[in-house]
Design a protein around this ligand. Structure first.
Ligand code: SF4
Length: 355
């Protein structure tokens, strides 16, 4: 059955055939705790006969979300520790997050901000808070890039997005505006001429980081939405989360990265899943992640290589966590690994200078 509207309750999901009555146990408790929404585009992609469907796993609640481990945190990447004014996170010197809205078209079951987003979440920044956020950006000339995230900023109307861009256009030191969004994939029809026009402002370069985790998400409609964005001059990069049961195999990851590149979207970040509450069923070990990322080397083009990233809990920022491919032996000599895992001396023995 094709849903005509977003599915936002367990009853909606059951009626659409995406939750079997026999598997409802605990799901109402999950939905009372964490927001639920599956757009028609994503509901149509789910194969209800597959209990391991990778799209369902991302959006349909699971009783495992009620399991909370001691190391999980409500603010896993430490936004709060770096928020000088409401709506702004200033973690790195040259860029800030502007969290204008805490609503999303879909609610990902592994979301790192699941305690803040949703109908019961932090909502949309009020006008005074928005003024304070822009005043903060204007007062800090070191801010070169503003990253709109949330929530999904592309749920805002073109009028509100245009007003944000107009205000940023008036701040000379801001050169780059980046939107982090799932909309082109989960609600591709929303990407129309009015929305695209609203994302651009004179004197600023717009980047759009598309969040997608499985190659099936890049449907014909999603590809067309991305093409409209790129054709308009917006630069697209990708961000994905490495998720157990969704994309934790080399073929799926390779197909996802290739799909991005084929659609003029440069693979950027592959996130190790954050320690968000009730998400342990999505987490693999860092060693497993490193092995998967290493399997992309050589196997797919250099264009298809994302950076494997861990957000250090506590607000300490991102760090690259791919397995090292070089070992320092001292004296200017190294051992380097090739994409087959074979090791080589650098410089080669015959090329070394006498000591
Ligand atoms: S779209 Fe982003 S912010 Fe929204 S639920 Fe998914 S991961 Fe969280």
């Amino acid at each position: 059955m094709t849903a005509l509207r977003s599915l936002k309750t367990i009853d909606d999901l059951e009626e659409a055939g995406l939750v079997a009555a026999a598997r409802r146990v605990g799901l109402d408790d999950v939905a009372a705790r964490y927001a639920v929404a599956v757009t028609p585009a994503m509901a149509a992609l789910i194969d209800p006969s597959d209990p391991d469907d990778p799209i369902a796993r991302q959006f349909v609640p699971d009783a495992a979300e009620l399991v909370r481990l001691p190391e999980e945190r409500e603010d896993p990447i430490g936004d709060g520790a770096h928020s000088p004014v409401e709506g702004i996170v200033h973690r790195y010197p040259d860029r800030v997050l502007l969290k204008a809205v805490h609503v999303c078209p879909v609610y990902c079951r592994f979301c790192f901000r699941r305690e803040m987003v949703g109908p019961q979440g932090l909502g949309t920044l009020a006008s005074q808070a928005m003024d304070n956020a822009f005043a903060y950006i204007a007062d800090h000339p070191e801010i070169w890039e503003v990253i709109l995230t949330g929530g999904d900023p592309l749920v805002l109307s073109p009028r509100r997005l245009a007003s944000i861009m107009e205000r940023l256009a008036g701040i000379d030191h801001v050169k780059i505006v980046r939107f982090h969004t799932r909309v082109p994939v989960v609600e591709p029809d929303r990407v129309d001429a009015a929305l695209i026009a609203a994302l651009k402002a004179s004197g600023k370069t717009t980047y759009l980081a598309l969040h997608a985790n499985h190659p099936r998400e890049l449907t014909a409609d999603a590809r067309a939405a991305c093409a409209r964005l790129v054709d308009s001059g917006i630069v697209m990069v990708s961000q994905s989360v490495l998720l157990k049961g969704v994309n934790d195999d080399a073929d799926t990851l390779a197909a996802l990265m290739r799909a991005f590149v084929e659609n003029r979207i440069k693979p950027y970040y592959l996130h190790h899943p954050d320690l968000a509450p009730g998400t342990s069923h999505f987490r693999l070990t860092i060693e497993e992640g490193q092995a998967l990322v290493a399997s992309l080397r050589g196997r797919v083009s250099g264009l298809c290589q994302p950076a494997y990233i861990l957000d250090i809990p506590g607000g300490h920022g991102k760090t690259a966590i791919s397995a090292a491919t070089i070992e320092d032996n001292g004296g200017g000599c190294y051992t380097v690994s090739d994409f087959n895992g074979e090791t080589h001396a650098y410089p080669p023995a015959s090329g070394r200078h006498p000591e």
